[in-house]
Design a protein around this ligand. Structure first.
Ligand code: C5P
Length: 236
């Protein structure tokens, strides 16, 4: 597969065209950012760690029957994915309270959320990714009702699979964000799943093992990502 010109460069990943119009290359960079890009740093090994972590998780989700865009690892920091028509909607499930939910509702961190909550956000940096709902998404044409229903079903299905996977490694999957796109008419999981886009706590101590280490200046960010990977069987 031949790598061609860049399609898009995000805050932590770059996307390239290939000689196959239905395939893209995702390059996981060492760049990390938080708070709408206000806090930025380059963390050695991050691109490699997240690329391999994501490949492992996407494989587990595919095994569970969840369609993903993942098409194979290319090298330490790059993978091949199906080219989706991305929907500008972020789907967030929470099993425990943390982050923006606590700020928005004034609830304490670490409450069990039963049943787990489901929220939608618009992917729009200029508007700071505002919270939306299915009515707004339909009216503004961000996704159809059928697409929204399938995204919700798949996002909850991911919760069943990954909650158990992390629990087997003595970790709590606190929350996570997924993005979907359309491939030949089917809703398919896109973007990435790594400790950059979810919260994971040690089940016993509740130590944070995810991007909150970067957001909150706790240090040991990549060491924590590697620890999570090691516990669930990722080989780096
Ligand atoms: O910030 P908030 O608490 O709403 O985030 C919920 C989850 O979604 C967290 O795991 C966070 O890392 C993830 N997220 C993300 N990208 C965003 C917004 C949230 O990965 N743009």
């Amino acid at each position: 597969m031949e790598k061609r010109h860049a399609l898009y460069a995000g805050k932590a990943k770059s996307v390239y065209h290939t000689d196959d119009p239905e395939r893209l290359i995702l390059h996981f960079r060492d760049d990390t950012s938080a708070f709408d890009g206000e806090k930025k740093e380059s963390l050695a090994r991050k691109g490699m760690v997240n690329n391999k972590f994501n490949a492992y998780i996407m494989g587990k989700l595919e095994e569970a029957g969840i369609p993903t865009h993942f098409a194979g690892l290319l090298n330490d920091t790059e993978c091949v994915v199906k080219k989706l028509d991305m929907l500008p909607v972020e789907c967030v499930v929470r099993n425990l309270s943390a982050g923006s939910l606590c700020r928005r509702l004034g609830v304490e961190e670490g409450l069990d959320l039963d049943p787990p909550t489901y929220e939608l956000f618009l992917k729009d940096d200029a508007q700071h990714d505002p919270m939306i709902n299915e009515s707004l998404a339909e009216t503004f044409g961000w996704a159809t009702p059928a697409q929204l229903a399938e995204m919700k079903r798949l996002t909850y299905r991911v919760n069943e699979v990954l909650r158990q996977l992390f629990l087997d490694g003595d970790m709590l999957l606190v929350d996570y964000k997924l993005e979907f796109g359309v491939f030949h008419g089917e809703i398919v999981l896109g973007d990435e799943f790594s400790p950059d886009g979810c919260r994971l706590w040690d089940a016993r101590t509740r130590e944070k093992l995810d991007k909150d280490r970067f957001r909150q200046g706790l240090g040991g960010v990549i060491e924590a990502y590697e620890e999570v990977g090691r516990r669930i069987g990722v080989s780096f």
